[in-house]
Design a protein around this ligand. Structure first.
Ligand code: SAH
Length: 307
């Protein structure tokens, strides 16, 4: 499953669905491995629980009908919604009740969440739940994140037009589309080839051709395109990957869930100031683990502790 928040710092934020509990944000530091330590995917861990049946993955070749609504013609930019949208009122309601009512205040983030057609990124059998307050399965044991978490992580990135942003964990492509509403320099990486392919097709179909995507292990980032003004990691490692820290520009922001496989993680906002990094813990979340190329997928064994 993707993410569901356990707690956030602001008192205004109500408990959320799906088992929220509440440690307050605390200063501190996430674990950072000096060398690539045994990654979470290799150490095992339980797959976060998800709905019992996984949605079938729609192959890229049929992605034009992904989402179950008529294909939206490409408009060649980041203004993809060109046909009447039967989900518009559901989406506006989502933004009001799940975002404005909580702590999403950045007008550009709210506008992006109101614009991106989330229903186009979910599997056909979950279409009716596209704007609900929880993550949804997208196949291969992965999920599209809870809408609020997408908004929160986007807000924490504090993007300005023209910022160069790297996402690790393309999944359905939804988060990348939200980012693309805020800046036209979005790079995204996905380790599962079929997801990388179907997300690419969805992004193209909806007019997000400017999002640059590739299939691969995002642990090592995208050195050829670094530095990035912002990095967002939507799968959880058990430590902060050093390559990603190195690829963060001076003044850059990284949002990343860090914690043991099979357990909850902390959502960290890391900001770079020259050679110094400041960390802020936004509270408990639950993401799918960051897996590593060439290493076994997480198993159901108990998680190993990171020293
Ligand atoms: N951002 C996505 C949801 C993320 S789910 C969306 O908007 O739909 C997490 C994704 O991270 C999964 O698709 C998973 O396959 C991917 N992932 C896990 N480990 C990865 C890695 N090392 N590099 C790139 N992607 C990874």
């Amino acid at each position: 499953m993707a993410c569901r928040i356990l707690a956030v710092v602001l008192a205004l934020v109500p408990f959320l669905v799906l088992g929220c509990a509440g440690p307050a944000a605390a200063p501190g530091s996430p674990p950072v491995a000096a060398v690539p330590a045994t990654p979470s995917a290799a150490t095992s861990g339980t797959e976060p629980a998800g709905p019992p049946s996984l949605a079938p993955v729609v192959p890229a070749s049929t992605a034009a009908s992904f989402g179950g609504s008529p294909a939206t013609p490409s408009v060649g930019g980041s203004s993809p919604v060109a046909t009447p949208d039967p989900y518009l009122s559901a989406r506006l309601h989502m933004v009001d009740t799940q975002m404005r009512a909580r702590d999403i205040t950045d007008p550009s983030v709210l506008a992006a969440m109101e614009k991106v057609p989330r229903h186009e990124f979910v599997a056909p059998d979950t279409l009716g739940q596209a704007y609900y307050d929880f993550p949804l399965p997208i196949g291969f044991g992965q999920t599209i994140s809870q809408p609020y978490i997408v908004a929160l992580m986007t807000q924490l990135l504090a993007l300005k037009a023209g910022d160069k942003v790297l996402e690790i964990g393309t999944g359905s492509g939804y988060q990348a589309a939200v980012l693309a509403e805020l800046t036209d320099r979005v790079y995204t990486m996905e380790i599962i080839p079929q997801l990388a392919e179907s997300a690419r097709a969805t992004l193209d179909r909806l007019g997000y051709q400017r999002v640059v995507s590739k299939q691969g292990d995002g642990y090592d980032g995208w050195p050829e395109e670094a530095p990035f003004d912002a990095i967002i990691v939507t799968a959880a490692p058990d430590h902060v990957p050093q390559p990603l820290l190195r690829q963060l520009a001076d003044g850059g922001r990284m949002v990343i869930p860090v914690g043991p496989v099979g357990g909850y993680q902390s959502l960290w906002l890391i900001t770079r100031h020259g050679g110094e990094f400041k960390n802020f813990d936004w509270g408990g979340v639950s993401f799918v683990p960051l897996t590593r190329a060439g290493q076994p997928a997480p198993s159901a064994e108990p998680p190993l502790r990171v020293p």
